[in-house]
Design a protein around this ligand. Structure first.
Ligand SMILES: C=CC1=C(C)c2cc3[nH]c(cc4nc(cc5[nH]c(cc1n2)c(C)c5CCC(=O)O)C(CCC(=O)O)=C4C)c(C)c3C=C
Ligand SMILES: [Fe+2]
Ligand SMILES: [Fe+2]
Length: 341
């Protein structure tokens, strides 16, 4: 459709007809400094989907305690994994979008956004609209659904759409925790990395990000979806690695409430204490490496395992923008675009 010659000069450009795909991940600080981490955490931890404590009480705890202490500690963790291209999470998400763009070709506009911080979902939505997109697939890059992650992306999207006069048609990518394409991508990628290790691990630990346990009792499917991913991946790996025992755990505990168990830290110490000497760890709940895999698992996890008597320890890479993961994302996206592109 061509712009209407009778439009007043003040009218924004009007063009239609393209399809957009927006990959969305969590978000990350702009720099590995306490100030930048504070800004990031202030937005992230104020989200009602993330912390469900009533607001006035939570404001006092967040601003009175957490934002005074945690930024320095977290900035130290980020500083250990920061790259010349910035935060690993942003770096990998950007690479995934570029690779997907190359796979899908110029007929589709691919971009990436972050739930917290930049590039924001509203800004990318406006950018896609300006590029002529009138149909947009929003793909939260979380295999397992949780209120704190997937639903929060949809909240932000709804908020952005509510502020737009003319808006595109929207589809969202469903969780893909048990999708055959996802399990096969994980199997291929994990198997290749296990084969390349200098040692044969006795245990493959699948570590997922944790959630407060009460969210499970309130009906959040996250825990069950993590368990199913782990069961399917374990079964898929069994024929090539019959002697590797697969275990599951939950990492990154935050706050005082009870979180999903068993905790990754406890499992690492327990396994080493029971005599396990060699262990590989994978994080199939993260679509890309980030501070939680590169610092918490690769640095602190190793310390826990070695201090408890473990010897050989390896953290496998997430799917990132490598072939197996990108083929899977492409397949899921193409399926969702059916009839659109
Ligand atoms: C993969 C799924 C994730 C779930 C579920 C999740 C829940 C969740 N997280 C916090 C608190 C923090 N998470 C932090 C980092 C972080 N979390 C995820 C993913 C999930 N979080 C990712 C990918 C990252 C890495 C971001 C990066 O920049 O690399 C952090 C910040 C780091 C720190 O200070 O430890 C916090 C805080 C809660 C409270 C929660 C569920 C309620
Ligand atoms: Fe988190
Ligand atoms: Fe963490």
């Amino acid at each position: 459709m061509t712009p209407d010659a009778n439009l007043p000069a003040s009218h924004p450009p009007v063009s239609f007809g393209k399809v957009g795909v927006m990959l969305v991940n969590l978000g990350t600080p702009e720099a590995a400094t306490p100030a930048a981490v504070r800004t990031y955490l202030a937005e992230f931890l104020w989200d009602r989907r993330v912390v469900e404590i009533p607001r006035p009480v939570w404001w006092l705890i967040l601003h009175g305690i957490i934002l005074r202490t945690r930024p320095a500690k977290s900035a130290h963790a980020y500083a250990q994994v920061w790259t010349k291209d910035g935060s690993p999470l942003a770096f990998h998400t950007k690479a995934q979008a570029a690779t997907l763009q190359a796979h899908l070709g110029d007929g589709v506009v691919v971009d990436w956004a972050m739930r917290y911080g930049q590039p924001s979902i509203p800004a990318v939505l406006e950018k896609m609209k300006a590029a002529g997109c009138d149909r947009i697939l929003v793909a939260p890059l979380y295999p397992q659904f949780s209120g704190a992650t997937t639903a929060s992306v949809i909240d932000k999207l709804g908020e952005a759409l509510a502020a737009m006069r003319w808006q595109p048609a929207i589809r969202t990518l469903p969780p893909y925790y048990d999708d055959a394409a996802h399990i096969e991508a994980l199997r291929k990628d994990v198997a290749a990395q296990l084969r390349a290790l200098a040692f044969k691990p006795e245990v493959l630990l699948l570590s997922f990000h944790g959630m407060p346990e009460r969210t499970l009792h309130l009906g959040d499917p996250y825990h069950c979806q993590c368990r199913k991913t782990a069961r399917l991946l374990g079964a898929a790996l069994a024929s090539e690695f019959p002697d590797v025992r697969v275990e599951t755990s939950f990492q990154s505990r935050f706050g005082r409430a009870k979180w999903l168990e068993p905790s990754t830290e406890d499992v690492l110490a327990k396994l080493a204490g029971e005599g396990v000497r060699s262990l590989a760890i994978a994080a199939p709940g993260f679509s890309s490496d980030c501070v939680e895999t590169l610092e918490e698992l690769a640095i602190r996890g190793r310390e826990v395992f070695e201090e408890a008597g473990g010897k050989d320890y390896a953290v496998l890479e997430c799917l990132n923008a490598r072939e197996a993961g990108m083929e899977m994302i492409e397949a899921l996206v193409r399926r969702e675009l059916g009839g659109w592109a």
